[in-house]
Design a protein around this ligand. Structure first.
Ligand SMILES: [Zn+2]
Length: 288
């Protein structure tokens, strides 16, 4: 099944495909194990920083091997590329999806570069999907003391349905990441603001293509379910995994003060990340 077919199936069944980022092999193993346990599709993401650490060509091979071994729909996304050159690098490496993030750019500039990425990607691989971003939702998968400056949260700053339609028509993107009250990162104190479910539905009714919810960490379960019902087909979660990874690492170092074997020290982190991914995948796929 191609990624496009997997997204269409999820959307028809009112489920969402979970998208989780990796920095290294331990996180990758945890995500794959959770998807295998539940038998559901999953997307692996690597941001520009994560790609620099792993190497895009290695990430492509890791995902290819897991997909062939398990026979599960597992796909790789170049998450938040900020230039045409970085998008090109991921397309050339063999990624299944590329997100060009021009959410902070003026609309005309965002449209111009996104269109350039779509044209290049499709000329190289007709099956690759390109996602565009409309509206600024912060940038780091980190623990935050406060809501990131400039993040679109007031109703008048959220993505507008008519602007979204213009954007997808002029760029030719396959998927859209709108600003609907979501933002990247996890708040250290307090609950994240609620998602604007009405806005998700209005944008979906205008664009019809698969929509992607970024910044899933810390949102309420009921917001996720309502967002899927309103038209979200992919949900990104990263900071929750990073926190679980760190907590597992601290626990391992304290519990095994004399251990020096990396894969043994990584054990608790992998289990902690796997638990988080499994809980999110169960929710997104409506598995009780
Ligand atoms: Zn994101």
């Amino acid at each position: 099944m191609t990624l496009k077919e997997t997204l269409a199936k999820a959307s028809a069944e009112r489920r969402a495909v979970g998208h989780f980022n990796i920095s290294e092999l331990g996180g990758f193993k945890a995500i794959i194990a959770a998807a295998k346990e539940l038998g559901v599709p999953v997307m692996i993401g690597t941001s520009e920083g994560e790609r620099e650490f792993i190497d895009p060509r290695l990430a492509v091979q890791m995902v290819r091997i897991a997909r062939e071994e398990l026979g599960l729909p597992i796909y790789l996304n170049a998450d938040h590329t900020h230039s045409f050159e970085k998008a090109k690098e991921a397309v050339d490496a063999g990624y299944d999806e590329v997100l060009f993030d021009g959410g902070k750019l003026p609309l005309a500039e965002n449209i111009r570069i996104t269109k350039q990425v779509v044209e290049y990607a499709k000329s190289k691989n007709p099956d690759i999907l390109v996602e565009g971003e409309l509206g600024y939702i912060g940038s780091g998968s980190v623990i935050l003391d406060e809501i990131p400056a400039g993040a679109a949260l007031r109703p008048e700053d959220l993505t507008k349905p008519e602007e979204a339609l213009q954007f997808i028509r002029e760029t030719g993107v396959d998927m859209l990441a709108p600003a609907v009250g979501n933002f990247h990162g996890l708040l250290a104190h307090g609950q994240k603001p609620r998602l604007d479910i009405g806005r998700i539905k209005a944008i979906k009714d205008a664009v019809l293509i698969p929509m992607v919810l970024h910044g899933g960490s810390g949102s309420l379960d009921e917001d996720f379910t309502a967002a899927i019902d309103a038209g979200m087909t992919v949900i990104h979660v990263n900071t929750e995994l990073r926190k679980a990874w760190r907590d597992g690492m601290v626990e391992a170092l304290q519990a095994m003060p004399n251990e020096v074997t990396p894969y043994k020290l990584l054990g608790p982190s992998i289990l902690d990340v796997q638990r988080v991914v499994k809980a999110r995948l169960s929710l997104f796929n409506r598995i009780k």
